[in-house]
Design a protein around this ligand. Structure first.
Ligand code: KG4
Ligand code: ZN
Length: 358
């Protein structure tokens, strides 16, 4: 099965072609990502309107390169999969509409997908990751612990009640004057820093369950920075190291609770851009070793937003007979908010016209 995947939910314009064999093996034939960092750099964060316009300008070329590099023609494809939410709705609209056009022009199946499902299944492209497993999704927009039981079978165990993990790295980088992209800048600044210099809080330590909270940590870093007279050099390194250590401990502590909620899994899969962080990986490795679990972290290019994971999730859905009927897919509207697994009444965070925020 040959699937084209399109991803435009945030600031990466991405397209890829993936082949799924009948035995479930995956071959990534191309994986094109156009990162928009420079378009947003002057504004200190992703500007939704600029992101949507950049997707409009670059998506056609990105798809063309993905198909050409894969060495296939549109006629050979079986389906086109695209992120239909959650995300910045302007960008999602561009990707989904383009996918509909490609599907219509070439007579292909259209598979609209939840972006989080792309992350949830991405490890299965390159790693030996049979179901069930525990997924720790840590990206710029999401921080979730999900019980992954099979394709389309997700059970959310925990989520953030305020900032996402990557967002807290980005805000800390901004606060320390490190610039963008925040996560890698904080990680580099932390090299040579003393993680025990600042006594930062341990969020939700006494709370049951495995939800996350990062906003208190961010405030504590700001207060620690303000307590210093013009922090520079070693101060910045110590602040970055202290923050990174506190964030890693928080992630590991909540993950340990989720592991206890599904002891039969024995496998922890980590996805999302923050999974690239070595200090976090090290702490999760220690946690897994202590519990005799296997830690699975795909290569960074498949952890961050990419088209291959969308193509792959589309192929997995088609193979499992779980793809949306074509007519419904072609009529689907993009969704800014779309929880992967509905936690049920009373457990949702945030509200609004478009549904719960998380
Ligand atoms: O998965 P991703 O590419 O996009 C989203 O879906 O959000 O994740 C991007 C996030 C950003 O917040 C970025 O700062 C963070 O991942 N990130 C990192 C590192 N590399 C990327 N955070 C910590 N350490 C890193 N090395
Ligand atoms: Zn993502």
């Amino acid at each position: 099965m040959l699937v084209l995947g399109i991803e435009t939910s945030c600031d990466d314009t991405a397209a890829a072609v993936v082949r799924r064999s009948e035995d479930g093996a995956c071959q990534i034939l191309s994986n094109e990502v156009w990162a928009q960092h420079e378009d947003h750099a002057a504004f200190g964060g992703v500007v939704p309107e600029i992101a949507a316009r950049s997707h409009v300008e670059r998506l056609d070329g990105t798809i063309e390169r993905a198909v050409t590099k894969a060495g296939v023609s549109f006629a050979e494809l079986d389906a086109v999969a695209a992120t239909a939410g959650p995300g910045l709705v302007g960008g999602v609209l561009v990707g989904l509409t383009t996918a509909k056009a490609v599907a219509m022009a070439h007579g292909l199946r259209l598979v609209p997908l939840n972006h989080l499902e792309g992350h949830a299944l991405s490890a299965r492209m390159t790693e030996d990751a049979p179901f069930p497993y525990l997924l720790l999704l840590i990206s710029g927009g999401h921080t979730q612990l999900i019980r992954v039981l099979g394709v389309g079978k997700y059970d959310r165990l925990g989520t953030t009640i305020d900032d996402a993990a990557g967002e807290s790295f980005d805000k800390t980088a901004k606060l320390l004057g490190l610039g963008a992209p925040g996560g890698p800048r904080v990680e580099s600044a932390a090299v040579g820093g003393r993680a025990d210099r600042f006594d930062l809080p341990r969020p939700l330590l006494k709370h049951a369950g495995c939800d996350f909270s990062f906003s208190g940590l961010k405030t504590a870093v700001r207060e620690a920075a303000e307590s210093l007279d013009n922090p520079r050099g070693q101060d910045i390194a110590d602040l970055a190291a202290s923050f990174q250590d506190a964030a890693a401990r928080h992630l590991a502590q909540r993950t340990e609770k989720a592991m206890a909620m599904m002891p039969e899994a024995g496998r922890l899969v980590v996805a999302g851009g923050v999974a690239a962080n070595c200090a976090i990986k090290k702490m999760l490795q220690q946690l897994c070793a202590a519990n005799f679990w296997k830690l699975i972290v795909p290569p960074p290019k498949y952890c961050t937003d990419n088209g291959a994971m969308i193509a792959w999730a589309g192929a997995e859905r088609l193979a499992a007979g779980l793809a949306m009927p074509q007519e419904e897919a072609m009529g689907l509207a993009p969704r800014a908010r779309w929880p992967l697994a509905d936690p049920g009444e009373g457990k949702r965070f945030g509200s609004g016209r478009k549904g719960p925020k998380a």
